[in-house]
Ligand binder design. Structure first.
Ligand SMILES: [Zn+2]
Length: 147
């Protein structure tokens, strides 16, 4: 079963391009996704479920949703990307779409893009806050040594 994870940042140059299924799919080919044959979490199914591949040395199967920014790793071959996405991010606006992404109106698209940008801002703020807390802990320990 896939699990939630955090990465320092994405390797993707243009996150807006990830609206395009082919762009998300290409990230799996570029970084050698391990599940391609006789499994459920193929690159095609992962990209259809909104994920793109952002592997690291410690997390070679790390993916992120291009809308809600949820990161998951620890995939098993039989994991269903849609089910995993829903179980870890039930309120993801991409999952809650009532129509095919190719049939969105401009109004639908802009509403979803707004939600995507809010999620991205929250994601990066959380990363910065976590880094700030780490640095504060280091400073606190140094101050404790002085007293
Ligand atoms: Zn999502």
């Amino acid at each position: 079963m896939a699990s939630a994870s955090k990465s320092p940042d994405s390797n993707v140059d243009d996150e807006f391009a990830l609206w395009n299924y082919e762009e998300r799919l290409a990230t799996f080919a570029k970084h050698s996704w391990p599940f391609t044959v006789d499994c459920t979490c193929t690159p095609e199914n992962m990209a259809k479920a909104g994920f793109f591949h952002i592997p690291s040395a410690m997390e070679p199967d790390l993916v992120r949703c291009f809308v809600c920014q949820k990161e998951l790793d620890g995939w098993d071959p039989d994991d269903d990307p849609w089910s995993e996405h829903k179980s870890h991010s039930a309120k993801c606006p991409f999952l809650l779409l009532s129509k095919d992404i190719g049939k969105l109106t401009v109004k639908d698209f802009l509403a979803l893009e707004l939600k995507r940008q809010v999620a991205r801002a929250e994601f990066f703020c959380k990363q910065e806050l976590a880094q700030l807390k780490k640095e504060a802990d280091v400073c606190r320990k140094e101050l404790d040594k002085l007293t």
